[in-house]
Design a protein around this ligand. Structure first.
Ligand SMILES: NC(=O)C1=CN([C@@H]2O[C@H](COP(=O)(O)OP(=O)(O)OC[C@H]3O[C@@H](n4cnc5c(N)ncnc54)[C@H](OP(=O)(O)O)[C@@H]3O)[C@@H](O)[C@H]2O)C=CC1
Ligand SMILES: O=C(O)CCC(=O)C(=O)O
Length: 482
C-alpha cells in the first residue's frame, strides 16, 4: 500500500475528499501513485490562503523572490534523472524526453529568478509642464493555473515561475491524469522558503477544482493550457465572472511543415519525424500536416516510411525507445477514431496506425502516416493529438504557403528548404506565432515567447520576459512635485 499523496493548502499538506490513481501508460498494471482529490470547499480554502498571502508576497523584495526561485531551480536540476523517470512513467514520454522536460522546468525557474531582479519601472516626462510620469508593474493577485497532461512539469513551471517572480500567489491544478510531476514540483516549491499560502496545490477534476477557480471572485487571473473546447469555456467563465478575470489560453494546433523540392531530404525527414511523432505526437506544436511539393513528394514519402519502420515503439523507460505509448485509453480511442476517419475520407494510410503489443499491457500505437490527403479532410483540420500525420501534396511554394495558412489554428509552422528566398518569405508570411526553418515545429527555447495566433492562443504570450504582460498589471503614476 502506497501513501496517498496530499494537497498543499495554506502551508499544510492536507487530505482530500477522494483519491485519483495515476496509471503508467506503458504498463497499465503499474500504479504510479495515489493522490488526494480536492473538492470545492478545499479549493476555496486554497484560494482564501492565496488571497491572505498576497499582500505580503506582493511587497516582498526581489532578493527574496530570487532566492526562492533559484532554490527551486537548483533542486529540480539536481534531481532531473529521478524526476524525468517519474514523468516518463506517468505520461509515457521516453526517458530522455522526460529528463529533458524536467531540465527545461529547472531552467525556467532559473530564468525567472533572474527576472525578479530585472523588473524595473520607467520614468518619463509628462506632456504637461512640471509633471513626472512613472510606469510600474504590480502583480495581478491570486492566479489559478489549469494545466494539461502532456507536459506535466514544464507547463506548470512556465506558469508558476513567472507568477511567483512578479509577486502573485498561486493555486495550481495539475491535470488529474498525471498529477505525479506536479506533486513533486509542489514539494520542491514548499521547501523554497516561500511563505504559507503563496503557493497551493489542488489536485482534482476540471469540473470541480477547475470550475471553482473559474467562478471564484478572489481569483484575479487564470492561465490555461489544454484543448480549444475547454479554453472556450474558460474564456466565457472569466468574462462572466464578477469582477472579470484576466485570462490567457494556450490551446491546440494543426501545425504545418512545408517541405520544398530544394530541401535536403535527410534533414526534412528528421525534422518531420521529430515534429510529428516524438513525444508520441502529443504536443500542441506537433507537425500534423506535412505539405510537400511535387518534385520531392515521392522520395519524401518513401524515406518517411523507411525511417518510421526503424522507430522503436515501446515502454517509455526502456533504453533506446524512440516513442512511448499514448497517454491513456481515451486518447488512444481518439487517435484510432481519426485514423478510421482519414481512411473513410479517402486518404491512404501509407504507414502504421495499428495497435502494438509489448511485454506489458500499454497503449501502444504504431505511428501513422497518411498520404494523398487534402487540406479539407478532417484529419487535416482537426487536432488529433497523437502520432498521426498527413502528407498533403502541393504544386509549388505558393500553393504550399496557402495550404499552410488555411487553418483555424496558428501556433507553430515550419519549412524545410535550402532557399534563403523561400525561407525568408515563409517566416514573414506564415500565419503562426512560431516559425521554424529546417527545424521541427515542436521543441522551443524557454527564454523567448511561446504562443500562437488565430484559434491556438488567446491573451498575452507565455515564457521569457514577455510573461510579465500576463502576470503584472501596469500602473501609471503622475506626480506634480510642486
Ligand atoms: N494544446 C495543448 O497543449 C493540449 C491540447 N489538448 C487537447 O485536448 C484534448 C483533450 O485533452 P484533455 O486533457 O482532456 O484537455 P482539457 O482541455 O480537457 O484539459 C486541460 C485542463 O483543463 C481542465 N479542465 C477540463 N474541463 C474543465 C472545466 N470545465 N473547467 C476548468 N478546467 C477544466 C482539465 O482538468 P482534468 O483533465 O484534470 O479534469 C485539465 O487540467 C486532447 O486530445 C488534445 O486534443 C490536451 C492537452 C494539451
Ligand atoms: O513544443 C514544445 O516544446 C512545447 C509544446 C507544448 O507546450 C505543448 O504541447 O503544450
Amino acid at each position: 500500500m502506497t501513501a496517498i499523496l496530499k494537497n498543499f493548502i495554506g502551508g499544510e499538506w492536507v487530505d482530500g475528499s477522494g483519491v485519483t490513481k495515476n496509471i503508467n501508460p506503458s504498463n497499465t498494471n503499474d500504479l504510479v501513485g495515489e493522490y488526494a482529490k480536492a473538492d470545492k470547499a478545499q479549493t476555496e480554502k486554497a484560494i482564501a490562503a492565496a488571497k491572505a498571502a498576497f499582500p505580503a508576497w506582493a511587497q516582498s523584495t526581489p532578493q527574496v523572490r530570487y532566492d526562492a526561485l533559484n532554490k527551486i531551480s537548483t533542486e529540480i536540476l539536481a534531481r532531473k534523472e529521478e524526476l524525468g523517470r517519474l514523468l516518463a512513467r506517468e505520461e509515457g514520454k521516453t526517458l530522455p524526453e522526460g529528463i529533458g522536460e524536467v531540465a527545461r522546468a529547472g531552467q525556467i525557474f532559473a530564468f525567472f529568478a533572474g527576472e525578479a531582479l530585472r523588473l524595473i519601472g520607467e520614468k518619463g516626462a509628462s506632456v504637461r509642464p512640471g509633471l513626472d510620469v512613472e510606469l510600474t508593474r504590480e502583480p495581478v493577485g491570486v492566479v489559478g493555473m489549469i494545466t494539461p497532461w502532456n507536459f506535466p512539469i514544464a507547463i506548470p513551471a512556465w506558469k508558476i515561475a513567472p507568477a511567483l517572480c512578479y509577486g502573485n500567489t498561486v493555486v495550481f491544478k495539475p491535470a488529474e491524469l498525471v498529477p505525479g510531476s506536479g506533486h513533486a514540483l509542489a514539494e520542491i516549491i514548499t521547501r523554497s522558503g516561500i511563505p504559507a499560502g503563496v503557493f497551493n496545490l489542488v489536485v482534482g477534476s476540471g469540473s470541480v477544482v477547475g470550475q471553482t477557480l473559474l467562478e471564484h471572485p478572489d481569483v484575479a487571473a487564470i492561465s490555461f493550457t489544454g484543448s480549444v473546447q475547454t479554453g472556450r469555456k474558460i474564456a466565457q467563465a472569466c468574462v462572466l465572472s464578477n469582477p472579470m478575470k484576466k485570462f490567457q489560453l494556450e490551446m491546440g494546433g494543426k501545425n504545418p511543415l512545408v517541405v520544398l523540392d530544394d530541401a535536403d531530404l535527410k534533414t526534412a525527414v528528421e525534422v518531420a519525424v521529430n515534429g510529428a511523432y516524438f513525444s508520441t505526437g502529443q504536443r500542441c506544436t506537433a507537425s500534423s500536416r506535412l505539405i510537400v511539393t511535387e518534385g520531392i513528394h515521392d522520395r519524401f514519402v518513401a524515406a518517411m516510411a523507411e525511417r518510421l519502420s526503424g522507430l522503436s515503439v515501446d515502454d517509455a523507460l526502456k533504453a533506446g525507445v524512440h516513442m512511448g505509448p499514448v497517454v491513456d485509453q481515451s486518447q488512444l480511442d481518439q487517435d484510432l477514431r481519426y485514423i478510421k476517419i482519414g481512411q473513410d475520407e479517402g486518404a491512404k494510410l501509407a504507414f502504421g496506425g495499428e495497435l502494438l503489443k509489448r511485454e506489458n499491457p500499454g497503449h501502444y500505437l504504431q505511428p501513422a502516416l497518411f498520404t494523398e490527403a487534402n487540406n479539407n479532410m478532417r484529419i487535416a483540420r482537426e487536432e488529433i493529438f497523437g502520432p498521426v500525420a498527413a502528407v498533403i501534396r502541393a504544386k509549388n511554394y505558393e500553393e504550399a504557403l496557402a495550404i499552410s495558412n488555411d487553418t483555424e489554428f496558428g501556433l507553430a509552422s515550419g519549412i524545410c528548404t535550402t532557399s534563403l528566398k523561400y525561407a525568408s518569405h515563409y517566416k514573414r508570411n506564415s500565419e503562426s506565432g512560431m516559425v521554424m526553418v529546417n527545424l521541427p515545429t515542436a521543441g522551443v527555447d524557454y527564454h523567448v515567447p511561446f504562443g500562437g495566433r488565430k484559434g491556438s492562443s488567446y491573451g498575452a504570450r507565455e515564457q521569457g520576459s514577455y510573461a510579465r504582460e500576463f502576470y503584472t498589471t501596469v500602473k501609471t503614476a503622475y506626480t506634480f512635485p510642486g
